[in-house]
Write a protein that binds this ligand. Structure first.
Ligand code: SAM
Length: 252
């Protein structure tokens, strides 16, 4: 998981930076990231807030944070970074402490996302921003000769693996329900036409999980993965995943 997050960090850098600009995150700000994982976003945030700013990352997983501490050590020489174990549904911070609070590809994994967004709003100062970014696995396009198996695997795994596979399209509504105003939406698309290493791992994981959830048997999963070889050889491969970024302002 940690390795895949770092690989995604490399392939999705443009998407992530566009979102941070959209929020926007400015020099000198104090920013919270909920569900920081290995610290991919924390490092980008540190570059944006600079020496005068500060970044706090929290994650429910101690192991993820251990990786994040190692990977953020160099960046922490230039910008104040604090990483701690915490649950996004119950943040260990006083009200109004941050200029902005973000959750990037986290809420789709969360059973009660509104509770997390309310907590993010509580710890954000009046006039500050709450920013959310998630994929929406109801909107994935993949070229493969067997459409029906592709659909079964992609839809079946997304429905079982994520708390809310359609999280992306729900983000503006969640921000409004949490009391935020001036809500804006940025729709972005990750696209790959060459079957990059991250995409390959993503599809292999989908196949493994489809077997694990009993959606297809092992030979079908293997045939499905093999099916991509001819598509790539014909230079016909396309994968797109939609990312939705939404931001709202805490009323003064
Ligand atoms: C897909 S990773 C995203 C990591 C990072 N934001 C990024 O984009 O690279 C989701 C992270 O959210 C964390 N997480 C899930 N539910 C959480 C919760 N309720 N509170 C805090 N962290 C949570 C997981 O442990 C995991 O590290």
């Amino acid at each position: 998981m940690a390795k895949s997050l770092e690989e995604r960090g490399r392939t999705h850098a443009r998407l992530r930076r566009r979102f941070l600009k959209f929020v926007p995150i400015r020099s000198g700000e104090c920013v919270l990231e909920v569900g920081c994982g290995t610290g991919v976003v924390v490092r980008d945030l540190a570059a944006r807030v600079g020496r005068g700013g500060a970044v706090v990352g929290i994650d429910a997983s101690r192991r993820m944070l251990d990786r994040a501490r190692a990977l953020c050590r160099e960046t922490a020489r230039r910008t104040r970074i604090a990483l701690r174990v915490a649950d996004g549904a119950s943040l260990p911070f006083a009200a109004n402490r941050f200029d902005a609070a973000l959750a990037v590809t986290v809420l789709l994994h969360v059973a009660d996302p509104l509770r997390v967004v309310r907590e993010m709003a509580r710890v954000t100062r009046p006039g500050g921003r709450v920013g959310l970014q998630d994929q929406d696995f109801g909107v994935v396009a993949i070229t493969h000769p067997d459409r029906s198996v592709t659909e079964r695997i992609m839809r079946g795994v997304a429905e079982r693996f994520y708390e809310e596979p359609h999280s992306g399209r729900r983000l503006p509504g969640l921000l409004r329900a949490a009391g935020l105003t001036d809500v804006r939406l940025l729709t972005d698309v990750y696209q790959d036409t060459t079957l990059e290493p991250w995409t390959k791992t993503f599809l292999e994981r989908r196949a493994e999980r489809a077997v694990h959830f009993g959606i297809v048997d092992v030979p079908t999963a293997e045939r499905w993965l093999d099916g991509f070889t001819a598509v790539v050889a014909a230079d016909a491969f396309v994968l797109t995943v939609n990312y939705y970024g939404a931001v709202g302002v805490k009323p003064r």
